[in-house]
Design a protein around this ligand. Structure first.
Ligand code: COA
Length: 175
């Protein structure tokens, strides 16, 4: 796929989007592992997240199989903000607009609809994710501000810096 193709979202297959359910933990763990790029946390972590934060998580299914997901939550001290902790699309579904659609559907979830800001940290070497969040901001007609958050020296192991991407203000209506 060349860059021109990638710029034309053309989802032709039927996809189903829904908030995560308490029993989605295992499938989320498998999906994150299958992306080959996201840091895989413990299975317990995803079970707990699906059970307690499912309203702020979104899954995309194709033929009953999870092919993409957003794992998110509301930072407790920022009630107007929805944070994307992880977003992933299976390799065979990438480059077709699904990542962008996931963010749009996720920000339109009942639990997120009132949020004025979407935040995420994006590793300095993750160009796909950087492009995704900037495109989401553009489509929302708003800004994407980048500022330092987790610098490389804060990690207990070799790790690229994870600056904060802060998108908004959003008017509360999905694009
Ligand atoms: C990041 C990710 C979710 C993007 O999903 P996707 O479905 O391929 O993205 P889309 O097709 O919706 O593209 C959205 C934007 O990102 C750009 N993009 C996607 N993949 C890209 C790549 N490999 N390099 C550069 N830009 C890329 C697209 O061109 C588009 O921007 P544009 O409209 O300005 O051209 C996917 O690559 C992925 O799952 N990566 C592994 C997990 C990860 O890194 N997650 C993010 C960290 S939390």
């Amino acid at each position: 796929m060349n860059d021109t193709d990638r710029r034309k979202p053309s989802i032709s297959r039927p996809l189903h989007f829904r908030p995560a359910r308490p029993d989605d933990g295992a499938a989320l763990w498998r999906l994150v592992g299958a992306t080959g790029a996201l840091e895989l946390n413990s299975a317990y972590f995803y079970l707990l997240f699906a059970a307690d934060f499912g309203d702020t998580c979104l899954v995309a299914e194709h033929d009953g199989r999870m092919v993409g997901a957003v794992v998110g939550y509301h930072p407790p001290r920022q009630t107007d903000t929805a944070f994307v902790w992880q977003i992933g699309v299976l390799p065979e579904h990438r480059g077709q607009g699904l990542g962008l659609k996931l963010l749009q559907e996720w920000s339109a979830l009942p639990a997120n609809r009132g949020c004025r800001w979407v935040t995420a940290t994006v590793a300095d070497d993750n160009t796909a994710s950087q492009a995704l969040f900037r495109r989401f901001a553009r489509d929302c007609g708003t800004d994407c501000a980048v500022s330092p958050l987790f610098t490389a020296d804060m990690f207990p192991c070799p790790h690229p810096a994870e600056p904060l991407y802060r998108i908004g203000p959003l008017d509360g209506s999905a694009p």
